[in-house]
Design a protein around this ligand. Structure first.
Ligand SMILES: *Cc1c(COP(=O)(O)O)cnc(C)c1O
Length: 273
């Protein structure tokens, strides 16, 4: 691995402030996007969707590869939701003495690929708030059975592979209804909270609304109709540093932002070299 960049090359406080300001701006643009796209026009015009425009999205600060000090700094600025991709890194950070002592209200989001053999590690993470990456019935069942030892349910998002890329996890858009039904009907220890996508990297927003975001919006529509759920009870986790504003305009309720807050992070393929 490359050496993690030295601290405070970027001012985390400034980064957070800027992102929060842009979130607010993007919220105010919701429902005002004029776009020539059949799906989205239909969905945005849905009156039930209009109600959703008041939902302020949750900012998840993605701290992967960044040191504990960076998390403490963001926490001190009021940030509470943090996301990590790698089970071991999350385990170390969540159990860190300083984090346990000083960040009592921290909410951890597991946003990485969920491996069946790591589920028992994931469930023992202190202050685990949600697992965003449920991508198969088998893993949902396994997580459900492990979580049964606790009184409360664990929040989950079902991950959808909206871009259809082989290297991305998630159920395909046509499997979403069945997957959500399975979580709701057959996994009593899991709470179904919404849908999550990563989508294709490098999409240029000048080319119009991101097709991955549109697909996730459509998936929610389908799930709600099929299972008779209310749109406001099904969250959308979409949008990262490069595209969270667009994601919010299209109704994201949970954005996962790393580098715009914590500064540059070598891409995975660069780390592996
Ligand atoms: C790394 C990561 C993010 C944050 O990426 P940035 O581009 O740094 O904002 C968000 N979601 C997932 C699933 C990630 O792996």
């Amino acid at each position: 691995m490359l050496k993690p960049s030295t601290m405070s090359e970027i001012d985390i406080r400034q980064g957070l402030k800027l992102v929060l300001a842009k979130i607010e701006q993007a919220c105010s643009k919701r429902n005002k996007v004029k776009i020539n796209c059949e799906v989205i026009v239909v969905v945005l015009k849905e009156s039930r969707f209009q109600e959703l425009s008041v939902v302020e999205p949750r900012l998840v600060a993605v701290s992967k590869t960044k040191p504990v000090e960076a998390i403490l700094e963001a926490y001190n600025e009021g940030q509470r939701n943090f996301g990590e991709n790698y089970v071991q890194e999350l385990e170390e950070k969540a159990n860190n003495k300083l984090i346990l002592e000083k960040c009592k209200e921290i909410k951890w989001h597991f946003i990485g690929h969920l491996q069946g053999n790591k589920i028992n590690k994931v469930i023992s993470i202190p202050n685990l708030y949600i697992i965003e990456t449920i991508d198969s019935k088998k893993k949902a069942k396994k997580l459900n059975n492990s979580w049964a030892q606790f009184d409360s349910k664990i929040r989950t998002f079902v991950q959808v592979n909206t871009s259809g890329e082989k290297e991305k996890s998630g159920v395909s858009p046509d499997e979403v209804i069945e997957m959500v039904k399975f979580v709701k009907d057959d996994c009593p220890s899991l709470q179904f909270n919404g849908l999550m996508t990563i989508g294709q990297y490098g999409y240029n927003p000048d080319d119009g609304p991101n097709p991955d975001f549109l697909k996730l919006v459509k998936c929610r529509e389908d799930v709600c109709k099929a299972l008779n759920l209310s749109l406001k009870d099904v969250e959308l986790s979409m949008g990262m540093s490069d595209d969270y504003e667009q994601a919010i305009e299209l109704g994201s309720t949970n954005i996962r932002v790393g580098s715009a807050i914590f500064g540059y992070r070598p891409k995975k393929h660069e780390l592996e070299k």
